[in-house]
Write a protein that binds this ligand. Structure first.
Ligand SMILES: [Zn+2]
Length: 474
């Protein structure tokens, strides 16, 4: 039978504040285990939380960006559960009055995904179950790192739409400077709710929830597997059990974890140690002022102000750090189109697939290479070599150009003289050219470029060669 797929998401995004949500410990990723902890985030008796207002402001920024209403009154709850990664045995979260409600995000398919709410909460620690002689180890550095959870309505209809949604949210959070969105470090994770229903039917089927997916690929595969599994159950007349399942990345399969819990199971109750917050219009306006240009606005700017094509503007904004680097370069050397060309061919391919998300050369240096190329001080091929050397060994472009004899000192007289001699000593090739073998032109160009390396640009060689051939036209 044919089924409609229904997908909803809960995205957890770690906020990139300096300190944690409810204490002043560092929220940085990657420190030695249990070095960023204190009595508050490890839940010692009598320790009192203090809210990080920066994290609250980040949540408002995200809400405004995704078209949410900001609740003028917001408060926190305790979500109780016991697990060794959570020493307090409860998580400070929000249930009744989250900071942001009723948002939406449009996908390229035209589907509008409604956002039910965005709430602020704290992360739990991390357990390592590897081979520690049968033991597990706990690292509480991540305890109380601020998170926003973005909860959607079940508005997506395929694995592709879910992946696009997560990737769009990640990109926008990066542009907002509120989350680094590094899935491989777990700073964005998604819980996926999946159900299927008879094609065209209004009645939703029983859903399963798959927890903690932390790559686009696992989101895609988990949904595909679950759709197939649920379809087979319904085809055979069975009923899908509403439950929480886990995804096995190696096998590409899901398996039952526990029966689906609901809010009551967590015995939510008001957090007595944190005051509720009332936002003024000024608070919200301040967050709005902190929203930088977003990807679609940068695309508009690149097209309308910089005169780039739609395609170039789209490619340049796919990653924030690349778009930032391009912006820095054109701020120094505003030849938008030329910088874009050299950037796409020589910089983007070198940093593609690296995890660090940095361009390891300076924008000043790159601007200089663009300028030297435009002014024919170095030829394009040598410019590529200069960039390669800057990437591999570092150094200033002008020094590299000098050291490698790349600086072109144009000598039109010598160029003409060389070409005259070249054509005179190859009369048969010249004849072939006029007999219609036009690729001879390229041959003459190549010979000249090679011989006059550093003394003529390809543009000059082309001009002189055209002139010299013209004279010999039979
Ligand atoms: Zn702490």
């Amino acid at each position: 039978m044919n089924y409609d797929v229904v997908v909803g998401l809960e995205i957890h995004a770690e906020l990139s504040t300096n300190t944690k949500a409810f204490c002043t410990c560092s929220a940085d990723f990657g420190a030695d285990p249990n070095t960023h902890i204190c009595p508050v985030c490890t839940g010692q008796p009598g320790a009192l939380p203090i809210i990080n207002h920066g994290a609250v402001e980040y949540a408002i920024r995200a809400g405004l960006t995704f078209d949410c209403d900001i609740n003028r009154y917001t408060k926190f709850e305790r979500k109780n559960y016991f697990y060794p990664d959570l020493p307090k045995a409860y998580q400070i979260s929000q249930l009744d009055l989250p900071i942001c409600v009723n948002g939406k995000v449009e996908l390229s398919t035209g589907t509008v995904v409604r956002i039910n709410n965005i709430h602020l909460e704290e992360d739990a620690g991390k357990l390592f179950h590897d081979d520690f002689y049968g033991q597990s180890l706990a690292d509480y550095n991540r305890c109380s790192v601020p998170l926003i959870e973005i909860v959607t309505e079940p508005d997506m209809h395929s694995a592709e739409e879910a992946v696009e949604f997560v990737s769009k949210i990640g990109l926008y959070l990066k542009y907002l400077n509120v989350c680094d969105a590094k899935m491989q470090e777990g700073s964005i994770r998604a819980d996926v709710n999946i159900s299927i229903k008879e094609k065209g039917s209004e009645k939703l089927g029983n859903r399963t929830e798959i927890k903690n997916l932390n790559s686009f690929r696992s989101i895609q595969r988990a949904i595909e597997y679950e759709v197939k599994r649920q379809s087979e159950i319904l085809d055979n007349g069975g009923t899908v059990v509403q439950e929480t399942r886990k995804f096995d990345d190696t096998m590409g399969t899901t398996s039952s974890m526990r029966s689906k819990e609901n809010a009551n199971d967590y015995r939510y109750f008001p957090e007595p140690d944190i005051m509720s917050i009332v936002f003024t219009e000024e608070d919200i306006e301040e967050a709005r002022r902190n929203i930088p240009l977003l990807p679609h606005q940068r695309v508009d700017k690149y097209i309308n102000e910089y005169g780039l094509t739609d395609e170039d503007a789209r490619v340049l904004t796919l990653e924030k750090y690349l778009s930032d680097f391009y912006d820095e370069t054109v701020a120094i050397y505003p030849q938008y189109k030329n910088v874009s060309n050299l950037f796409q061919t020589e910089i983007m391919r070198r940093v593609k697939d690296t995890e660090e998300e940095v361009v390891p050369i300076s924008a000043e240096g790159f601007a200089k290479v663009c300028e030297m190329t435009d002014k024919n001080i170095v030829n394009r091929n040598d410019a590529k070599t200069i960039i390669r050397i800057m990437f591999e060994e570092g150094g200033e472009p002008e020094e590299i150009a000098k050291a490698n004899n790349f600086i072109v000192v144009e000598d039109a007289g010598e160029t003409e003289k060389f070409i005259e001699e070249l054509l005179d000593s190859n009369p048969d090739l010249v004849k072939q050219y006029f007999d219609g073998k036009t690729n001879m032109f390229g041959f003459f160009m190549g010979q000249t470029n090679r011989a006059l390396r550093g003394k003529a640009t390809p543009t000059l060689v082309r001009e002189c060669l055209e002139k010299a051939l013209d004279k010999r036209k039979p």
